[in-house]
Ligand binder design. Sequence first.
Ligand SMILES: Cc1ncc(COP(=O)(O)O)c(C=O)c1O
Length: 420
Amino acid sequence: MSEAKRLNAILERETPALAACLSPLGRRAAFPQGIPAQSGEAKGTEINATVGQITDGNGRPLPLEALAELVPGLDEKTAFLYSPQEGHADLRNAWARRQHQLALGSTAWATTPITLHGLTQGVSMVADLFADEDTTVVMPTPTWENYDLLFGMRAGAQFATYDFFDGDGFNVQGLADTLKGLAGKKTVIVLTFPGNPSGYAPTEAEVDAIVDVVSSHAGPAVALVDDAYQGLLYESGLLKRSMFWDLAEKADPERLAVIKVDGTTKELLFFPGRVGFIRFHGTSEMAAAITSKVKFVGRGSVGGPPGPSQALVLAALRNPKLEDQVAERVALLGRRYRALKDALADGAGRLDPYPFNSGCFALVGLPDDLDAHEVRKKLISDFSVGTIAIPEINALRVAYCSIAEETVPELVSRLVKAVG
Ligand SMILES: Cc1ncc(COP(=O)(O)O)c(C=O)c1O
């Protein structure tokens, strides 16, 4: 039996829905007995002549001083030697511990996070392993534009969409109706809360309803929980923790697989660090099998994750001041959020703001007689304001996360003037 067939058999036994959703590439994937695997086995040998990296002859790096003197506090081995394909074990465990705390006592089991090049590679990994031309990707409109590229352009999947909002809240019924038509078909259900571009996180009641709808779906389905904006919440009564945990607690593995993609990009404000993670709900028996498949796709595309970034994040996770610093930044964003809410309440003119309560963005709807791209261009040329057009709902996305609190009223005043 080939290694891939052996892994597929484990997944079929332990997590049937996950196995049923594998793409042809996902079914073929198995980390080979190549250079990384052989060098891993040789770890600790007296004379290790496996990896093509230049060392001092005793396993320590020989970084150029011009580089090393810039980062004197970083662990040299982590920063300047190749990372294991799955990421450094210390970092993976430290990230798992932090996520466990954020999970607020969830009893759901999850594989150890595998380190990837940012969240984009996490989503791309899900697309590679689980999406093909027979897959339907269920996501709201509007949503993060890159899902189109990752699932549509690269994997050739179909999309089934529903309106993100229903009145003042998340369109749970739209999600339920969309899923109804997909029973028996391979499905990837994308769940991104807080959302991009919506800047909306569901209330606790909405979370329960979403979890009920997704966990009672006939399947076979993969729920992709994209936690890019985890923790950026500015109102009470919103989702308390990643929906991954609630779904994992309720999922029947015959019908539903649950995947969490998260990372340091927004959660630790480390935008270009390219440190993301992927983990799977399942059993300890399937962990090695799915990890092998993820490592295969990583090795066969972008290679292992970056060392200096992993060293930085690991050091930060060990710093007792980290959580206070995160909280301080969330509080700063909360003030910008409040300033935007107040300014829009004071006078939005012909703007029609959508509900927003979290994350980085707010959507402002435009009057029907105006075109989102035209207004966006006018804002640049006549008002020196940059926004993103969301033509699907004729709205603008305002990234208030990057606007100073005191500038927010002026921003709103220019938006109002631009629409006339
Ligand atoms: C919802 C969502 N997922 C994933 C990403 C990608 O994150 P990264 O920069 O870590 O690749 C973004 C970035 O904007 C995002 O908005």
